[in-house]
Design a protein around this ligand. Sequence first.
Ligand code: ADP
Ligand code: GLC
Length: 480
Amino acid sequence: MKIVHAASELFPYMKTGGLADAVGALTGTFAQLGHEVSVFLPGYRGALAHPLAAKAERKFRLKVEMGDQYLSGDVYSFSPSKNLTVFLIVRDEFYDRKYPYGNGERDYEDNSDRFIFFCKAVVETMRLADLGADIVHAHDWQTALLPLLLREAERRFGVTLGMKTVFTIHNIAFQGLFSAACYPRTNLPDELFSMDGLEYYGQVNFMKAGILFADRVTTVSPRYAKEIQTPEFGCGLEGVVQTRIDDLSGLINGVDSAVWNPASDKLIPARYTASDLAGKRACKAELLKVCGFDPAFQGPIFGMICRLTEQKGIDLVLANADFFTGKMCRFVILGAGEKRMEDALKKIALSYPDKVFVCPKHDETMSHLIESGSDFFVMPSLFEPCGLNQMYSQVYGTVPIVSRVGGLFDTVRDADEDPVNGTGVMCAPNALELRGALERALRLYDDKARYGAVQQRGMARDFSWKTAALAYETLYRDAL
Ligand code: ADP
Ligand code: GLC
């Protein structure tokens, strides 16, 4: 098949979270399976400077209609591996920035223009490059206009293309909601700015367009596919999701074993396997050292890696700060995001430097050290469409402590409830339940035989992307 993907993040060129990992691994796996894959990414500063993009060449000059203006852009492309072409949409005014969506506290003011332009540039490049796609797959709100803009282009040019469109919701909490003033920039017909179109309480909602107009809608776990049909998790779009129930599926992400595999991971101090955990002990020793903790400490390390945002349950962790500072354990968190959370965490680390370590930045190497060197991984998300770290943790022999939501519910089993198959500790997403789970984790750690069995079961799990890619392939064929 000829498959086109478009996303605002793509590992290793631009990453703020799991979207990058998911799109990077999915497209790479499709290429390995023999499909002809094209991936579109905005030409961010970091992406253009990436060593793999060094061979990128300018292929096309674009003129993109934005309301009553035409804006120019360039398309660079390169092929990082067989069957895979990366297209970078370059327009410095929009993308020559360090961060993809905003700097720290606030989103960029021109985000609507930036991503309308991007989607239109993808449509135009597909035409110029004569990509002849069978499937066009868009991810999250930033590319959610793409399925509709493709159909609109067909209408304008009086052609009917055989391709089908797929839209994946990685997180329905971010919808791309903008003032109605941006609507004319889409050049879409006025009648689509309505309840049955992009209009949402007087504003423009990009994600709504993806949900309504793609041929198929997917999200990243079966549980989340159910949750987003409810007011509790649907973030106001539950009604819209319900209209697509027949075309909606939940396909779980995988683990990219080229990046996340303790047996071959070059970013960790020592490699290891389930049958020989000596390397994991070396990773733990290094983690204790990096955090400035007592190197002779024998108790468990609780690790956490996430964007600092409400979704990830940081407030539940803060409410349990006395657990981490009072019990025989250590806590390390790697995360960048909301300042309030960062400040609160730093305050604890400042008072208890021998027990709590905070690393307030994005750091790929440190994330691998925490996954490998910790004994438990803490992930008490309030909602979690899929979640990747709970899967990485199982593969790295780091027992996950997770809330029973979304993809966490689908990929972890509680070891107390299911002593035969359990691979983690689960709780409801509130501070009190998290406390109970943390206490249970301590008891589990004290029972070396039981801890070892839970750890081994996690390491034996198969979260390969191939399984995920085959599920998408079936969906594509079905759509076609
Ligand atoms: P989300 O996409 O909601 O952020 P996921 O669990 O799907 O959550 O994916 C998060 C990804 O981002 C993982 O690969 C995780 O290791 C990585 N990550 C999150 N925060 C950081 C950070 N501060 N430094 C390095 N990697 C991070
Ligand atoms: C989103 C979700 C996360 C998911 C990731 C990749 O960022 O928050 O749960 O794993 O997308 O699909």
